[in-house]
Design a protein around this ligand. Sequence first.
Ligand code: AP5
Ligand code: MG
Length: 221
Amino acid sequence: MAQRDLILLGPPGAGKGTHAEYLKTHMSYTHLSTGDLLRAAVAKGSDLGKQAKSYMEAGELVPDGLVISLVAERMEQLGDEEHFLLDGFPRTIAQAEALTAMFERVGREQPLVINLAISDAEVVRRLSGRRMCPDCGTIYNVRRDGLDVGDKCPQCGGELYLRSDDRPEAIRNRLKVYKQDSAPLIEYYRQRGQLVTVDAEQDQHQLSAELAQIARGRRSY
Ligand code: AP5
Ligand code: MG
């Protein structure tokens, strides 16, 4: 079966970034994380970053128009042989409809959507322990890796930090926003026959292996 474009759908902390990194490394996907692009824009202080900053810090969604243009721009640069791995997009029905139209316009098969199912309690546990490298983007967890803010990234030496939206208040709001605006996408994609749901609470390595099987078309759903 031919490799298919993928969307990783799931609440904050479900493991979208972690597993995108795995699939990118092992299966040559072009990873597009709207969260990473927006954080880079904020760090650079670009116009987009200035517009996005306050929404992100509060755990609110950045307006659809800004994010849709960002993805449309990347989609135009995508070669026929490349495969998209979308992480954190779409997040609203309007974004999903815009994406469906983008795929139709360029005549690509609609992507497979992997829904990472996880409980709120596990989300809070993971995000409160997450630490990030500002330089290479590697995602760590205090509990698993024993690395904390200020420690050096074992991959590149960058100084680990806590994402500004990983404070308890912002985490609570991100979960609320996910339920309200993004959870309806599960039904949207189920009805279109594009959805597969996996247990995102299982061991990270087991889940990576399961996702690779799905991406290779070797696991039925
Ligand atoms: P974004 O960056 O997309 O954040 P998010 O969706 O809230 O998701 P996270 O990145 O927090 O979690 P993740 O699922 O990637 O988990 P991770 O792999 O890091 O968006 C941030 C903000 O940008 C939004 O709030 C919004 O403001 C804006 N934005 C972005 N896209 C937008 C859009 N389309 N429209 C509008 N606004 C948008 O893992 C989390 C932790 O768990 C890590 O420590 C990891 O090591 C650990 N972990 C992962 N998997 C496992 C496992 N199986 N077992 C144990 N630990 C695990
Ligand atoms: Mg992420």
